[in-house]
Design a protein around this ligand. Structure first.
Ligand SMILES: [Zn+2]
Length: 443
């Protein structure tokens, strides 16, 4: 059976531990080479009929020439994965073991969801369409980054290359939202959430410097306490929620499928927002994150000795900037909330929110109708993504950047992203291949 072979190929590729590490010197680049060699063997038509090149040695770009080059598309995914050790895994992370039967069958392993599963599903779809003799109407690029997980430069280098060649994709489809049925309790039907924008991700550092001294004679306000005060103040003044057009789109879509008073509030969100937003923010941290900038303390540092006052203490604040806001506005809020000039605020890594891709027009309609056909009964809705992906670089050359992974991901499965026991339903993987097949045929 053909799908059994598709599963075997995914297993073979998950078993190659293409782990990207923040320190490139400790990354096992031979595994990345091994992965590329395995692709060549597993997808011979993709390699003989498509033009293939490598960017920064390990990112892969395939060009499938269509009958025309005027409206190209990009299918984007990354094949590096986050590190995993056997500890705490029910099945080893790089063994690609199968468990269960039929619709319940699972494939276990790092990268199945994020994001090797997509790389492989795309190649499966292209290979089978090549076998069927399909020639796409327009050029299709397959771009597979090698360092997304470490916020690397692979994707931006790919964009540099395409930009130089004057490629202006009408659609770029990257990882992102998925098919979910447990995010919005108002809705029973599965929903395909498609990221049309992503929040900015920035790191701020709060630092307090102070004369050190012996712990036996502390000043009234030691550096650590001043920092703690700043953190508490910041935490007690959350960013304001705003109803962006994307959030309004999402809420109206929910409203169209929800009954009762909630449905009424959602459908009429433009004038019920004053009542609705506070309820939503309280009810769901996922919805709350979509409506406002969020901030979280991730690292606190300071102190060298158990009996000495630290001369410097600092905290890292990870902020996710709402799409209608900016780093500048975020800094202004943080400065005001802390209200203490002796707490120095610096930006360690800046990241503005992305532009918002349209939810009208050819690319969106194509994506929406392909999702509806491939996953009958699924409601398609735009949303704002919290995490940063490689796709943000593509906003330089395309207005139609969408973030959607065509796999069903229930909460228990979503919770394994970047965590232990990452796994995917085999049926989801096969549905994903069919989705890419259909999308390719309509591009
Ligand atoms: Zn990813």
């Amino acid at each position: 059976m053909k799908s059994a072979l598709a599963v075997e190929r995914l297993q073979e590729l998950v078993r190659i531990p293409t782990v990207s590490r923040a320190d490139a010197a400790t990354t096992e680049w031979t595994e990345f080479t091994r992965f590329a060699v395995a692709l060549r063997k597993l997808y011979p038509l993709c390699h003989s009929r498509l033009e293939r090149e490598t960017v920064l040695e390990h990112s892969l770009v395939f060009l499938w020439r269509g009958r025309s080059s005027t409206e190209p598309s990009v299918l984007l995914a990354h094949y590096d994965v986050v590190a995993a050790s056997n500890e705490g895994w029910k099945r080893p992370p790089f063994a690609a073991e199968l468990s269960g039967k039929g619709e319940e069958q699972l494939i276990w392993g790092r990268g199945t969801l994020d994001n090797k599963g997509s790389v492989v599903a795309i190649l499966e779809a292209v290979e089978s369409q090549l076998e069927a003799g399909l020639v796409p109407a327009q050029d299709i690029y397959l771009c597979f980054g090698h360092d997304e997980e470490t916020n690397g430069t692979g994707a931006s280098a790919i964009v540099d290359l395409l930009e130089k060649r004057g490629v202006k994709p009408i659609m770029v489809l990257d990882e992102g939202g998925a098919i979910v049925d447990d995010v919005f309790d108002q809705i029973d039907a599965p929903m395909a959430v498609v990221g049309v924008a992503e929040k900015g991700t920035a790191t701020l550092r709060l630092t307090v410097d102070q004369q050190g001294g012996h712990a036996s004679t502390p000043p009234r306000l030691p550096a650590a306490v001043r920092l703690a005060q700043a953190i508490v103040r910041l935490n007690s003044r959350p960013f304001a929620s705003h109803l962006t057009p994307t959030a309004a789109d999402l809420l109206r879509t929910l409203g169209a499928h929800a009954g009762g008073f909630t449905g009424f509030l959602l459908r009429n969100v433009s004038w019920t927002r004053g009542l609705l937003l506070p309820i939503l923010v309280r009810k769901s941290s996922e919805l709350a994150a979509m409506l406002r900038t969020t901030q979280a303390v991730t690292i606190i540092e300071g102190g060298q000795a158990t009996n000495a006052l630290p001369e410097r203490v600092s905290a890292i604040i990870n902020v996710r900037i709402a799409i209608n806001s900016s780093l500048e506005a975020t800094l202004a809020h943080v400065t005001r909330a802390i209200g203490d000039q002796r707490v120095r605020i610096t930006v360690e890594s800046p990241g503005e929110p992305s532009p918002v891709s349209p939810t009208t027009g050819l690319a969106w309609e194509l994506l929406r109708s392909t999702i509806e056909k491939s996953f009958p009964g699924t409601i398609v809705t735009p949303y704002v993504q919290n995490g940063a992906t490689d796709s943000r670089h593509f906003t330089r050359i395309s207005r139609g950047v969408y973030r959607f992974t065509p796999f069903a991901m229930a909460r228990e499965v979503r919770d394994t992203l970047h965590a232990r026991n990452e796994r995917m339903l085999v049926s989801s993987y096969l549905d994903g291949i069919n989705f890419y097949r259909a999308l390719i045929a309509s591009l």
